[in-house]
Design a protein around this ligand. Structure first.
Ligand SMILES: C[S@@+](CC[C@H](N)C(=O)[O-])C[C@H]1O[C@@H](n2cnc3c(N)ncnc32)[C@H](O)[C@@H]1O
Length: 203
């Protein structure tokens, strides 16, 4: 767990405001077509909750009580059914295995330290039903050299504040995880900063 999110919880939405204004289409793309039972990792302040289809049942997990307090307000206003739980996604005490049709997360794999990401991804086949689907919204360095330079100048700040590792290759981590198969990696912007990574449980 990243301790800074405990004090960030009260400030997260305000600090993220300049970026969040552009992120609605990304969040819509993340939950597009998602139905049934969903576990959302690192639900944070509940930014994705307004976009889920009304029929969806979301279990939102986050390690930070402060982030979850903000998420609770969004959960009350969401069309979908939401249950919020405080927990560590690297060692989930699951009430039942194979419970979820989908596992969804935004900007979570890119903030976890390497060893924590390996442990978290190993949970995915345990969380999903057979042939259940995972979909991650991630950010990283742009393909475009000028954008990349600009990002590199602010990377220390993003790392210190949010734990974001722009250099993180989540696809490579997923490829090494047993019981999962990546089916699509889709850039969501022209510079390739934001991407959706989708796959299925195979075992
Ligand atoms: C960058 S924020 C993203 C929040 C939200 N998904 C969004 O799109 O705005 C990362 C979130 O992951 C949570 N987190 C980090 N490590 C975690 C862990 N090991 N278990 C559960 N949540 C964790 C943090 O508390 C934080 O809310």
């Amino acid at each position: 767990m990243l301790p800074q999110y405990d004090w960030l919880g009260g400030w997260y939405d305000a600090l993220d405001y300049p970026w969040e204004r552009q992120r609605a289409p990304l969040r819509r793309a993340l939950v597009h077509g998602v139905r049934g039972t969903v576990m959302e990792w690192g639900v944070g302040t509940g930014r994705n909750l307004p976009y889920y289809h009304a029929s969806v049942r979301v279990t939102g997990i986050d390690a930070s009580a402060a982030m979850l307090r903000r998420a609770a307000a969004r959960a009350r206003n969401a069309r979908c059914t939401v249950a919020l739980r405080q927990g560590d996604i690297t060692s989930l005490p699951l009430p039942e295995d194979d419970a979820f049709d989908w596992l969804v997360a935004s900007f979570v794999c890119c903030v976890l330290p390497d060893a924590a990401l390996v442990r978290a991804l190993a949970q995915v086949p345990k969380v999903l039903k057979p042939e259940g689907t995972f979909r991650f919204l991630e950010m990283g360095y742009a393909h475009n050299a000028r954008r990349r330079c600009r990002q590199a100048r602010g990377a220390w700040w993003a790392r210190a504040l949010y734990g974001v590792r722009l250099e993180r290759d989540t696809v490579a981590f997923l490829s090494r995880t047993r019981g999962l198969r990546i089916v699509a990696v889709r850039p969501l912007d022209a510079d390739g900063i934001y991407r959706l990574i989708e796959g299925v449980r195979t075992a």
